[in-house]
Design a protein around this ligand. Structure first.
Ligand code: IPD
Ligand code: CA
Ligand code: CA
Ligand code: CA
Length: 264
């Protein structure tokens, strides 16, 4: 089995640098925020964190490709780092602490490229989650002080807790009916935003979550963390991994049921 320990260690170092840059600007009264062509906000902290990560990767992994939300693709090859410098920018710019830097390493394998390392670092919550393929998923503040993550064992939808990040997109995709049926049939539904539902699935505090519109950088790190915690991560089409433009994550036991509700 391949050993991703060095890559995981590097991902933590990258996350440390990003945490310093994002925390320095969090709640700054003079934070510069622009509006992107898709009308979503981007702050100077999003750009600074991604630049720091890219600069560090150019030095430490010059042969690897990089894809980041704010500065696009650089290089090509069988390994690429996929970066969302701040997931939850709308929270960040309003001073809500639920945002995280998402760092994934993807590697080309038999079934296409799949995430093999993921770190989700949420410094304003004082939380970090991570995983490397074949080595399990963990949370804590450092590699040496960590708790192993395990998904829940809830198998019936009536006992299950369902989380979503956003209400956008369900209606446009013709899935609002199924979404409402699921919220009616399950034990509890809550909206937690951004990366948060996926991390709760990984740690077993939520049993399933889904979102209809996402980019690769929104999902890559979460996918390997959920899978290494024993869960299942697919698109709403059931295809494994973070390539479908949307996401469904669960403890595995509930996955077919989750997908059966969320069909167009
Ligand atoms: C957004 C968040 C949000 C999702 C959006 C994303 P950003 O990412 O992941 O939960 O609904 O589609 O764009 O812009 O805060 O990194
Ligand atoms: Ca994002
Ligand atoms: Ca972002
Ligand atoms: Ca964004």
């Amino acid at each position: 089995m391949l050993d991703y320990h060095d890559d995981l260690r590097l991902a933590h170092v990258l996350a440390d640098a990003a945490d310093a840059a994002t925390m320095e600007r969090f709640k700054a009264l003079d934070l510069k925020v622009e509006t992107k062509p898709d009308m979503t906000p981007v702050s100077e902290a999003d750009k600074a964190a991604e630049e720091l990560i890219r600069t560090s990767l150019q030095r430490t992994r010059p042969r690897d490709a990089v894809l980041g939300e704010e500065f696009g693709t650089e290089g090509h090859g069988p390994r690429r780092w996929v970066i969302d410098p701040i997931d939850g920018t709308k929270n960040y710019v309003r001073g809500v602490p639920v945002w995280a830097t998402l760092i994934a390493l993807m590697e080309m394998g038999e079934g296409g490229d799949r995430p093999v390392v993921g770190v989700v670092s949420a410094p304003a919550l004082n939380r970090r989650w991570w995983a490397a393929k074949g080595s399990g998923a963990y949370s804590g503040r450092s590699l040496s002080k960590a708790t192993r993550l395990e998904v829940s064992k809830v198998a019936e939808v009536r006992d299950a807790s369902f989380a979503y990040s956003s209400l956008h997109g369900w209606e446009e995709r013709g899935m609002l009916g199924g979404f409402m049926d699921l919220t009616r049939d399950c034990w509890r539904t809550r909206g937690y935003g951004d990366f948060w539902p996926y991390m709760m699935v990984a740690e077993g505090s939520v049993d399933m979550c889904a979102e209809p519109e996402l980019s690769l950088w929104d999902m890559a790190a979460s996918a390997v963390i959920v899978e290494e915690a024993g869960g299942t991560f697919t698109g709403l089409d059931g295809n494994p991994g973070p390539h479908s433009g949307n996401a469904a994550a669960s403890n595995g036991l509930l996955h077919e049921t989750l997908l059966s509700y969320l069909t167009a």
